[in-house]
Design a protein around this ligand. Structure first.
Ligand code: GLU
Ligand code: ZN
Length: 309
């Protein structure tokens, strides 16, 4: 039986995928989850989401941890690597399989696209048993909307809410949706604070928490830093890595992005001082209630206009 750690009052986490170094967008997400936890006297954890092995870059995990340290973002318990937790994920899949809550699916992406873009339950009753097929969950708890701690009421399309989604991929890898829920449960995470690019998957995660009979954490999504509307800062878009050797300017910009403006007496070149101050004055109410904010990265630093609504 899988059992989580003993219940704490506030447990948050930052869960980077080690597919490259941290950029300004990831520092915003890390800082927001850290401040939300620390402002509430909580525990803050780091989990390496290295489950999607083709996307993992060798050494990126170490680089990410060194960067977090340089930014003063210190975690409270040992870092967890998803690649070492396959037995947990398999145990959950086995119990879902025993309860006939998952089924094998042989449909290709192209076929699903031709049928309208959303999975229509095509293989639900086919009883396929080829090991190389993807596994989909029978959606029993469709979530049509949820309350987000920053963005407010979030609505999801019926198609998305009702879709039988993949929990194990045809290449044999455990799907993000499955592992993130199993780990948030096993690590006893009470509050998930992360970038708004993960707003949409949240409905599925809430539904999986319900299906597995796990307590549902609180969710809060900070605006996403984008290069232009719809284009997030990402490794794919060649967003530059933040500078580990000079972390203060990026940390200061991340704090400003979160609506925090240091007083005159704060030494803005000292990350510890910045974080201590920010922990005290942090409030979700200061964070803009919008899914995206355009950020320009120039020689002069990070430029953006934040208007909290
Ligand atoms: N590993 C995911 C990412 O880097 C984040 C997962 C999460 O915070 O739930 O996008
Ligand atoms: Zn199918």
């Amino acid at each position: 039986m899988l059992t989580p750690l003993s219940l704490g009052s506030y447990r948050g986490r930052f869960a980077p995928s080690p597919s490259g170094p941290l950029h300004f967008g990831s520092i915003i997400a890390a800082t927001a989850s850290y401040l939300d936890a620390k402002h509430h006297q909580g525990i803050w954890l780091v989990r390496m989401e290295d489950i999607d092995t083709p996307r993992v870059v060798a050494g990126a995990d170490t680089d990410i941890l060194k960067t977090l340290e340089a930014f003063g973002l210190e975690w409270d318990e040992s870092v967890v690597w998803q690649s070492k937790r396959h037995t947990f994920y398999q145990e959950v899949l086995d119990s879902l399989t025993q309860n006939q809550q998952v089924y094998a699916c042989q449909c290709t992406r192209k076929q699903i696209k031709q049928r309208g873009g959303f999975y229509d339950g095509h293989c639900r009753d086919l009883k396929l048993c080829n090991q190389s097929h993807a596994l989909r969950i029978k959606q029993c708890f469709p979530i049509h909307s949820f309350e987000d701690g920053i963005q407010g009421q979030v609505h999801c399309s019926d198609h998305l809410a009702c879709e039988d989604y993949i929990v194990k991929r045809s290449d044999g890898l455990y799907a993000y949706q499955l592992v993130v829920v199993v780990d948030d449960y096993l690590q006893n995470i009470t509050h998930v604070v992360r970038g708004a690019d993960l707003l949409e998957p949240t409905a599925r995660q809430i539904s999986l928490f319900q299906q597995l009979n796990y307590p549902i954490p609180h969710y809060a999504h900070v605006p996403l830093a984008v290069q232009k509307p719809g284009f997030k800062l990402s490794k794919q878009n060649h967003a530059p890595a933040v500078d580990k050797n000079n972390p203060a300017p990026a940390l200061l910009a991340a704090l400003q992005f979160l609506g925090i403006e240091p007083d005159n007496h704060i030494n803005v070149n000292n990350v510890k001082e910045l974080l201590n101050f920010a922990t005290k004055v942090y409030s979700r109410d200061k964070i803009a209630k919008t899914p995206e904010i355009v950020v320009k990265l120039s020689e002069a630093g990070y430029q953006f206009t934040v208007s909290a609504s």
